[in-house]
Ligand binder design. Structure first.
Ligand SMILES: [Zn+2]
Ligand SMILES: [Zn+2]
Ligand SMILES: [Zn+2]
Ligand SMILES: [Zn+2]
Length: 352
């Protein structure tokens, strides 16, 4: 029995404007709600190591360090490649984790919390230009209207094909809003949700509804497990979709998850991950020290496979997939290095 408290993340629908950077949201999908609005990561850093496409925002967790004035505001961001075929078993070449933090007194935000006023002016474009599609730093723009900004050629072409061709002549006289999702954005961004975090219940559930939820989860995992196999026959697939994983670690995982079957995140700074399988050796690998201060990293949170159910990625063989995504961050959350600091992520899949 573990005595440490774990926080659990759930998804709720929320109006997009309430997920604006000034409200310091935890969220999934849509464009990133950047914390430092000026010193954004370069498009070359936000690139898939497998296929070189721009990475797309997956989720962000607002997780301040109460004991450190440098981290009064602190957010961890996860980006992933949209091409499912870049997901390789237990590899994170298609994923990037960035940490950003600010003191309470900073150049971007007021000292006191913002009122929830939809009409409040907050011109983010005075700090940086954002890609019209993915919300990343945008060094280039449409040469015709000079109003539409892009992280690079790939998204500029996508926007042109998905409607900017028609809008371009009209947009020369209007101001484009960075936080309106374009048609091209809709085709590539993940569905947007608020991530609500709450304490995990201490009791294992015996509730009937919960059991149904667990069945849904097991079905997803089995389909996903089948999905990670390439070039298999229908018969073999059938075998995998009906076989229940039996390893001890997976049993423990299922039992613990059954307390809240719809959880998409587990947060336990300095705690231990809830591994999804024992048939993998990546739970014992050495976690590299922080590349900025050379200090130790520690476990901070993990993204659960249930998130795949909410972001419409499908269950095809080549869809985006993970068992668990486990994030380790600099223990003292140092201030060295760039505004957006790379942290360490492990992916553990059910199948090796
Ligand atoms: Zn890729
Ligand atoms: Zn972009
Ligand atoms: Zn244009
Ligand atoms: Zn560090």
């Amino acid at each position: 029995m573990s005595s440490t408290k774990v926080d659990i993340g759930f998804l709720e629908e929320k109006s997009s404007w309430l997920l604006h950077p000034r409200f310091f949201p935890s969220k999934v999908g849509g464009t990133p709600a950047w914390l430092d609005l000026q010193n954004l990561p370069l498009p070359t850093e936000l690139t898939c190591k497998v296929c070189s496409d721009p990475l797309i925002f997956l989720c962000q967790i607002y997780a301040p360090y109460e004991e450190s004035s440098d981290c009064f505001h602190r957010t961890i961001f996860i980006f992933i490649c949209r091409n499912g075929s870049c997901c390789k078993t237990n590899s994170t070449d298609n994923i990037l984790v960035l940490r950003c933090q600010l003191p309470r007194k900073n150049m971007f935000y007021l000292y006191e919390p913002y009122q929830e006023d939809e009409n409040e002016e907050f011109p983010t474009d005075k700090w940086a230009k954002f890609c019209n599609i993915c919300g990343a730093k945008a060094p280039s723009h449409c040469s015709k209207c000079k109003k539409s900004y892009y992280c690079g050629r790939k998204h500029q072409i996508l926007d042109w094909q998905k409607g900017h061709k028609e809008l371009c002549p009209k947009s020369q006289n209007t101001v484009l809003n960075n936080f309106i999702v374009t048609e091209a954005g809709k085709s590539i961004l993940f569905k947007e949700w608020e991530l609500v975090v709450d304490e995990e219940s201490e009791e294992d559930s015996t509730d009937i509804d919960m059991n149904q939820e667990m069945e849904k989860l097991n079905k997803l995992l089995q389909e996903k497990k089948a999905g990670t196999l390439n070039n298999v026959s229908e018969d073999e697939l059938q075998q995998y979709t009906t076989a229940v994983p039996v390893d001890k670690v997976f049993k423990k995982f299922s039992k613990r998850v059954s307390r809240h079957p719809d959880q998409v995140l587990r947060y336990e700074r300095g705690g231990t991950p809830l591994w999804i399988t024992g048939n993998s050796d990546n739970s014992i690998i050495n976690i590299p020290n922080c590349q900025y201060c050379n200090g130790q990293r520690q476990f901070e949170f993990q993204v659960m496979p249930q998130l795949l159910n909410f972001i419409n990625v499908g269950i095809d063989i080549n869809s985006i997939d993970w068992g668990v995504l486990v994030v380790y961050t600099c223990k003292r959350s140092c201030n060295d290095g760039p505004a957006y600091k790379k942290e360490f992520i492990l992916k553990q899949d059910l199948l090796n």
